[in-house]
Write a new protein. Sequence first.
Length: 261
Amino acid sequence: MTKIYTLVNQKGGVGKTTTAINLGAYLARLGQKVLIVDLDAQANATSCLGVDKHSVKGGTYEVLLGISAAAGNILTNPDLKISILPSSPSLAGAEVELVSQPQREFRLRMALQPLVGHYDYILIDCPPSLSLLTVNGLMAAKDGVIIPVQCEYLALEGLGQLIQTLHRIRASLFPEMKIRGLVMTMFEGRTHLAKDVVDEVRKHFPGQVFGAIVPRSIRLAEAPSYGLPIASYAPSSTGAQAYHALARELMQGDVPAGVLE
């Protein structure tokens, strides 16, 4: 059964797109069929997989507005064994255009329904804001929300605001919505602050924080400029090892015991 997870954090620069791309890449390397959905008008996830966002003829904008079906807009990189429903700058206009659409919060959920069964994992990368696009991403997260959290003090403040928003959405629109897990990112092991942030998040979210911690890494920062995930760009780096561990950890919680080799 297809697992659909939405990566969300209204704070920018926390490693959300980096996590979507690199988690997806390692899931693919572990034999899973993966689709990334780029729900951000900045189209960073699209660019990270080597796709020129200005050349995209059809993507999440067309899908949300009902202009075309998701399946016809999916691009696949055979070398990386990963697919993407790309974004383009035109997605910026979707916020206004969706307001008058029926079922406006559920457009992405309905659009992805025909793809269920064709992929093992669908990872939705949301914009760094609590917008109508993000709400669409959350409504489509049938298996849970993954929250990347930067290991810095201000991230804790933003996390509290995000959790309040998720509670409101769950109460009003999606009672079944759940948090699949929090991913600690940009960890700087030489500082006490980073360790304190991790401890604080684990204290407030017991059992919901992934064990894999993503370090601050030059290689992770460089990889997008080559249009490659870290698994292809620098597979021996600490960042690559962290995302490999995260992918295995996610899979182990998604399949019956004994299935994952």
